[in-house]
Write a protein that binds this ligand. Structure first.
Ligand code: C5J
Length: 229
């Protein structure tokens, strides 16, 4: 059979486990939780005892990916893990688990931990959303739980999602699995995602692309840069 001709807006990314075609008109970039609460000292990530300096290194790569997506005309979605000020959307199980130095809703140096509208809950300045880009506040780890993300994407005919953000094995992987179950083709940009635990990041990359791409594809940013520029 003759292979299908690529659409003019399609490019092929040198991804694993196979090359992946992306059509600009049907692709969205989803950046997960690039918030001060995870990346800076005094936020939610630090309250759990994590070394938050592990995450800041990906900011320039995520910025370059955002710039590529904007130039290519992709839909761009940013998520924030956050809770309402009255914590009505925060299950006690989430707030009370473990022995953090500060719990969700407690006052911290960047405002109340993981609460919507507080300075610490904002996306870092270098990755600030542009006008017209969707910003999703999500109470869970996954971007599809209790949000309108699926409806937003379907209304725009989006079929392919490119993922970046933190942390790889928690909110990024959960969102990617949710997307996969809803029928989206998903690509995780390897050097645009980070974890407090490098081994968890690496394991997630391998899990995603194992078994023929059971959750999706992975590729380094340069593979996208090569295809688009
Ligand atoms: C976590 C996240 N790790 N954004 N949230 O609790 O990955």
């Amino acid at each position: 059979m003759k292979p299908l001709a690529a659409l003019p807006t399609e490019k092929t990314v040198d991804a694993l486990p196979t090359p992946l075609r992306l059509d600009d008109a049907r692709t969205a970039l989803v950046t997960i939780d690039m918030q001060r609460d995870f990346i800076e000292a005094g936020g939610f990530g630090a309250s759990l005892g994590n070394d938050v300096s592990m995450l800041a290194g990906i900011v320039p790569t995520v910025a370059a990916l955002l710039a590529l997506a904007r130039r290519a005309g992709w839909d761009v979605v940013h998520t924030r893990e956050s809770h309402a000020p009255d914590l009505s959307d925060c299950p006690p199980a989430k707030r009370l688990r473990g022995a953090p130095s500060m719990r969700i809703g407690d006052p911290g140096p960047m405002g109340r931990i993981l609460v919507r509208g507080e300075p610490g809950n904002a996306i870092v300045d270098a990755l600030a959303p542009c006008e017209g880009e969707l910003v999703i506040d999500k109470p869970g780890k996954g971007a599809f739980y209790a949000t309108g993300l699926d409806e937003h994407l379907r209304a725009r005919g989006i079929t392919h999602l490119v993922f970046a953000g933190v942390t790889t094995e928690v909110c990024v992987q959960t969102s990617m699995r949710e997307a996969n179950d809803r029928g989206y083709e998903c690509l995780l940009v390897e050097d645009a995602t980070a974890s407090y635990f490098p081994a968890f990041r690496q394991a997630t990359l391998e899990m995603v692309r194992s078994q023929g791409g059971i959750v999706g594809w992975t590729a380094p940013f340069r593979a996208l840069a090569t295809a688009w520029e």
